[in-house]
Design a protein around this ligand. Sequence first.
Ligand code: GDP
Ligand code: IMO
Ligand code: MG
Length: 420
Amino acid sequence: MKVDVLLGLQWGDEGKGKIVDVLTPEYEIVARFQGGPNAGHTLEFEGKKYVLRSVPSGIFQGNKINIIGNGVVLDPALFKGEIESLESSGHELKKRLLISKKAHLILPTHRLLDACYEAAKGDSKIGTTGKGIGPTYTDKVSRNGLRVGDILHNFDEKYNKAKSKHLRTLQQYGHDTSSLAEIEKEWFDGVAKLKEFTFIDSEHYINNAVKEGKKILAEGAQGTMLDIDFGSYPFVTSSNTISAGACTGLGIAPQSVGEVFGIFKAYCTRVGSGPFPTELFDETGDKLREYGFEFGSVTGRPRRCGWIDLVALRYAIMIDGVTQLIMMKSDVLDTFETIRACVGYEINGQKTTEFPFETEDNITPVYVDMKGWQTDMTKMQKEDEFPTEFKQYVAFLESELGVPIRIVSLGPDRAQTIIR
Ligand code: GDP
Ligand code: IMO
Ligand code: MG
């Protein structure tokens, strides 16, 4: 049996949480492979809405095993808050949420360092989520990190050593650390909560499950254009969000990867700084934000909005080896008279269809205009109800992207999903 991978193809918030939940009945295990509480994965069903940050999105459908993989970075304080809110709504996770011993811990001082490094960047801020993601992955790579498994042995000593090192850096920058004692208290309460869960060698668990023929879905966070290697660097996150990240973030071999589900919005959004060639600064952009309710689920920041960018999407599909596409939020375009798709870029008078290295340059998108369907699609149940213009839009995207669109999402609710 192979591990299917589901990931975002744009700059995050494509709707990964919703679709993982929709697909969970087909799987026995759902495993998050990277990122941390910078993610906010929203699920809606039976009139309720949940936002998951570190917990995989496979917890609501049946008694499936959910795993937080080694590639994830975990903040015990935020984890505790997330678990308690799920417990208070009747979702008991202790028996079915397993945590890799190798997942790295976000320390209170990592959060302070995140704010400190952002402040030091002056005008070129990344606009991080402020959750300590960059500093935690930095410590992982520089071999200074603490892992979940460390909680079980001489933890205070290891913690204090890492904290002292961070404090020296914060002092060098003159960063205010007065909030530390308070954050630390919550954090250690979080560590106590974390210890109620089972820590596992998730690479063995997952590979054994593969051998036993169990179906596994690997859930990504963020999106391909935020990948540390291939995203719009330096305006990216600090992990590999691409399909290869599922191999390193779970310990599975490339040949164990089966389907790669690539999720995209029928338009495009981005939170934080960085290049966004098709961004709209006019009332069309405002309309996308209003109709799509484009406000960050973690920080509440308004998301930047623009037309679909097929140059960036083709790039993401290539890097990820996407085998099936999933189109989200097409209902947001239901009232638009004209819909635009960027099919190429013009950079310094040169046309290109490849995503460039230098994204600081002035990129002028080359658009194809299509007639909108101007029909409310949110209650449609079957593909044959789709309006002609919508079918044309889907066919156009499939031909431009070279991969079939297998799922179309027509609203935030689990039920508003059409599998073709
Ligand atoms: P994720 O981070 O990729 O899981 O996505 P987010 O949850 O951050 O953002 C997606 C937002 O769009 C959430 O508020 C979802 O409830 C909502 N959503 C998901 N699919 C659809 C859809 O097809 N139509 C509409 N209108 N909203 C959707
Ligand atoms: P989900 O999983 C959208 C963005 C931040 C910032 C950059 C770096 O919900 O799709 P970080 O805190 O990771 O160091 O911030 O990445 N970012 C996201 N944008 N969705 C996300 O996650 C994101 N996680 C990080 O806004 O620009
Ligand atoms: Mg999100």
